[in-house]
Design a protein around this ligand. Structure first.
Ligand SMILES: [Zn+2]
Length: 92
């Protein structure tokens, strides 16, 4: 399955509206999207520089392994995003 087939995978200059670009996060408590996700079940916005957001994004693709792989590939394309290994570790 090609990651290119998923709408979330676009060039870095034009992220989807729900994908927030910004400086690298040093603390998840500073992440507005994470805070909202804690109070809004199914919150669909993710900050690609935030490890917890990336973990939520990949987890949202469960149980589809191909979709999870596509999400990881998408995350890797964002400047400043956590590494694949870090995201996978964040899932546990
Ligand atoms: Zn976050």
């Amino acid at each position: 399955m090609s990651a290119q087939s998923l709408p979330i995978v676009r060039d870095n200059a034009r992220p989807l509206p729900g994908l927030h670009k910004g400086p690298p996060m040093t603390s998840t408590t500073e992440c507005e999207q994470c805070q909202r996700a804690q109070t809004n079940k199914g919150w669909g916005c993710y900050r690609m520089q935030c490890l917890q957001c990336c973990a939520r994004l990949v987890a949202s693709a469960r149980p589809s392994r191909p979709h999870q792989e596509a999400m990881l590939a998408a995350i890797e394309r964002f400047p400043g995003a956590p590494s694949r290994d870090a995201v996978l570790a964040g899932l546990k």
